[in-house]
Design a protein around this ligand. Structure first.
Ligand SMILES: Nc1ncnc2c1ncn2[C@@H]1O[C@H](COP(=O)(O)OP(=O)(O)OP(=O)(O)O)[C@@H](O)[C@H]1O
Length: 602
């Protein structure tokens, strides 16, 4: 039997999951953490691919970032999908660039640089700083940029009076920024989506062509995707012929600062012609964790737990401050958890934290105690782009680690997809590329080979593809070059391919992640550090900021299956070294007040 049919049998006892699985037409699944949204998405898309799709039609499966793409990829591959044949799986940005902007920009009369190149981060910053200086308020890019980005993403129609009316100086800075970027021959990430909206709005031919190619458009984590994507969905699914399958949870909306609004998913679910499905069962967490999650959210959602396990929550105060919290997490808390849960492996433990600063302390503590770890935050020494994730998996294949070895076919497919930027390469070209990468992997199947040499051979063998990739995904290529440098002269000096095989995580590698990047994942045990008032929520946060911080705390807590440990100091220290004794985060205090958590002190 096809593996998706086996997985579908698991959905059968759950009435709502089954209804969604069997539904025809537009479908919006609204559901809480651990309710099986991603599982349902994978199984249903596998079914559509198998039973309904006629080549050359494809399914677009879009989501917010590369973390989520990687999670969905794993799930789809697990139910037997051959992705590259029938799917576009990627971020909304890459879909917009390769499937809408590139093919239709000329038809739409957009005057874009040719070829369309995506600006690397430093070029964006340079142009943004120049625009701010010209019209500006004297601010630094890092400080001002979130406000600019948010304005740009939430004012889609620049012909309307509110484009200038609401904040004319922001509008001028954005226009100047875009002019400078184009003059240098670039577009940026927001451009990809904004230009795609423009094209689809004004040109029904483009709408129809995209819909014809993608009769099904699936969107995961819809609540985080913002107004431009919402508009694209409206245009392709309600003003053209694509069928929508959206899943999300407004309670897990944690990217409000980028312009995302949880209301859009609710609005979508109420549209005529859309079947809304609410999933009520939680398959992930023990009962007490579920009860705490409801208190943390401050709303009763009526989710019922399917797990018999009670679950356990503890709070621990470390009076020495954030560095001590991080070192206690590694030296004491994690070892104690491993003793408490026989059979638990480090790969099933996650330490979650608010920002990269804590990631730094935790990584240091891991190194000091020789604990293997994988770190996912913006402060990681190299960024885990799609290309680097592929490299980690390729290294795992070379090293022959049975448990983590990715499927051979999937490895080849992903390389083709990376080189084809998610779109479909011409058949012969794709076959040739698969053969070349297969040859590269077999010829260099040497676990003891120095990582820098292995990367150098890859770069040399795929020079043309990588220089093409630079146009579309410059940060991917930069991450590869950066990694080679680290392997040559940096902290990965002397690292072999075998050593690197563990870099992406393994059953025996501790997971260090920001709360944001933990979204969509699950672990047996979760330790949350940095839970002090003033950090989460931030000092002087607005009402909206507090609500978003509450959802972030909720996301972290609901990653756990069996055991959660909250760690705090009860004070924070500001940049001038002053101590602020504001106690633990109000979200922890609320749980302590309801006696849902066992308390431990240093
Ligand atoms: N019908 C089912 N029977 C048994 N297990 C299920 C079922 N549906 C989902 N699960 C399991 O529940 C867990 C959570 O599922 P999944 O990750 O798909 O939830 P989710 O709704 O996407 O969660 P989140 O929003 O927190 O990311 C997974 O381990 C999954 O295998």
């Amino acid at each position: 039997m096809n593996s998706f049919r086996v997985a579908a049998q698991e959905l059968h006892p759950n009435k709502e999951q089954w209804q969604a699985y069997e539904s025809q037409g537009h479908l919006v699944v609204l559901a809480g953490p651990g309710s099986g949204k991603t599982k349902l998405l994978a199984v249903k898309l596998a079914r559509i691919a198998e039973e309904e799709l006629e080549p050359p039609h494809r399914i677009a499966c879009l989501t917010y970032n590369n973390e989520c793409v990687s999670e969905i990829r794993k799930r789809l591959v697990a139910v037997g999908v051959r992705l590259e044949e029938r799917f576009y799986l990627g971020t909304v940005h890459s879909f917009c660039l390769s499937e809408i902007v590139r093919p239709f920009a000329r038809l739409a009369g957009l005057r874009l640089p040719s070829p369309v190149r995506v600006a690397p981060e430093h070029i964006q910053e340079k142009c943004m700083q120049a625009a701010i200086n010209r019209f500006g308020r004297g601010q630094d890019v890092a400080w001002f940029r979130p406000e600019i980005d948010c304005y740009r993403r939430t004012h889609l129609n620049r012909d309307r009076p509110d484009w200038r009316g609401e904040d004319s100086s922001l509008a001028s800075i954005i226009e100047e920024y875009e002019r400078l970027l184009r003059a240098d021959g670039f577009v940026d990430f927001d451009d990809m989506v904004l230009l795609a909206v423009q094209i689809l709005e004004k040109h029904h031919v483009a709408r129809r062509a995209v819909s014809a190619k993608y009769p099904t458009i699936a969107v995961d984590e819809y609540q985080d995707l913002g107004l431009p994507l919402h508009r694209i969905v409206e245009l392709l699914c309600f003003q053209s012929a694509s069928r929508l399958f959206a899943v999300g949870d407004p309670d897990q909306s944690i990217y409000g600062f980028t312009g995302a609004r949880p209301e859009m998913l609710l609005e979508l679910s109420r549209r005529i012609g859309v079947t809304p499905v609410r999933l009520k069962k939680n398959y992930r967490s023990g009962q007490s964790i579920l009860a705490a999650a409801e208190v943390a959210l401050g709303e009763s959602r009526g989710y019922t737990g399917e797990k018999k396990d009670v679950g356990r929550l503890e709070a621990r105060q470390c009076i020495g401050g954030i560095e001590e919290q991080c070192s206690a997490a590694i030296r004491e808390i994690v070892p104690a958890l491993m003793r408490l849960h026989p059979g638990l492996r480090l790969g099933n433990v996650a330490i979650l934290y608010p920002s990269k600063k804590e990631g730094e302390y935790l990584a240091e503590a891991c190194r000091a105690s020789s604990v293997p770890f994988v770190r996912n935050d913006r402060g990681s020494p190299y960024s885990r782009t799609r290309l680097i994730r592929w490299l980690e998996d390729a290294a795992a294949w070379v090293a022959g680690r049975t448990l983590m070895t990715p499927r051979w076919e999937d490895l080849l497919d992903r390389w083709v997809s990376l080189c084809g930027h998610g779109g479909r390469l011409e058949h012969q070209k794709a076959i040739a590329l698969r053969q070349r990468v297969a040859r590269f992997l077999w010829r260099n199947r040497m676990p003891g080979m120095p990582l820098c040499e292995w990367i150098a051979v890859l770069i040399e063998g795929f020079e043309a593809e990588l220089s093409e990739m630079k146009l579309n995904a410059p940060d991917d290529v930069a991450s590869l070059v950066g990694l080679k440098e680290l392997a040559l002269n940096g902290f990965l000096q002397g690292c072999t391919v075998l050593g690197f095989a563990f870099a992406g995580g393994s059953p025996d590698t501790l997971n260090l992640l920001t709360l944001h990047s933990s979204k969509g994942l699950e672990f047996e045990v979760v330790v949350m550090v940095g839970l002090d008032e003033g950090v989460i929520p931030r000092y002087k946060a607005s009402a909206r900021g507090v609500a978003e911080a509450r959802r972030l705390f909720y996301v972290g807590l609901t990653r756990a299956m069996r055991h959660v440990v909250f760690v705090y100091s009860g004070f924070t220290v500001d940049q001038w070294g002053r101590k602020h004794r504001n106690g633990p985060s109000r979200f922890v205090r609320e749980l302590l007040g309801r006696s849902l958590v066992e308390v431990r002190r240093d």
